[in-house]
Design a protein around this ligand. Sequence first.
Ligand code: CA
Length: 83
Amino acid sequence: MVECDDGNNLDGDGCSADCKVESGYSCTRRTAQGLPDLCVDVVSPTAELHVAKGNLLQVQFSESVVYAFKGNFWEREKDRGKS
Ligand SMILES: [Ca+2]
């Protein structure tokens, strides 16, 4: 049974190659408008914070993410004390 049709045969974009809605996605049928279905990621990833040897801070996400640094909070030990 076709659950979705986003006009391609690719997995990982919300509608699988075998036309099933992928986990964490919601698809809107747009057949009536003559358009491919629109699938969106509806589940936010989870994050785990780890502090490793040498005070290395690691953040591990449950899925691929896009991230952006805002503001000036990124400081490395060797940069401290410099003006
Ligand atoms: Ca697809």
